[in-house]
Design a protein around this ligand. Sequence first.
Ligand SMILES: [Zn+2]
Length: 191
Amino acid sequence: MTSEHPDVLYAIDAEDCLVELSSSWQPFAEQNEGGISLNPGSVLGQSLWTFVRGESLQVLYRDVLTTVRRSGRPFEFDYRCDSPALRRHMHMRVEPLPDGIVRFQSRTVRIESRNQPLHVVAASTGHHHLKRCSICNRFGLPDRTWSDVLDAITVGQAMNQDRPLQIIWGICDDCRGNLRTRLEQTAASAE
Ligand SMILES: [Zn+2]
């Protein structure tokens, strides 16, 4: 944790509603690209699921919550929260507390600049829809592989400037498999 990139802390109650929020919440909300009001007062009391993008990530998060609540053990994982100009390497700790409360602590581990801003690269692929993994931030390519953005250019199609590129957030096979394995280990370790 540094003062420049403070940890983002938030917590949910047993009904998955937000009950606590650090002032550094905004980067998390921006990550979700939700077009929601970002001031904490309007977010407290709302369901966490309002802010988790994509069905596949929701399924994974539900597994994470079930595992930490049942096992009583924290679960930690690395993820990326890239912006067009930056690669942000993040670490998440999900910790169960009494009464079904779960606290999330998101820490910025490392930030790298991109040589070429992402929006330039994304626009030049010509895809109208690109799948993207919420955990590693790689792009899903038409051949069903997942790749960092520089490789995404190589499968570029004819560019159509009338339609902006849309990102469909999901989770790639590698991240899903990795997290599921570790969730099972966490659940088993409590037995
Ligand atoms: Zn991934």
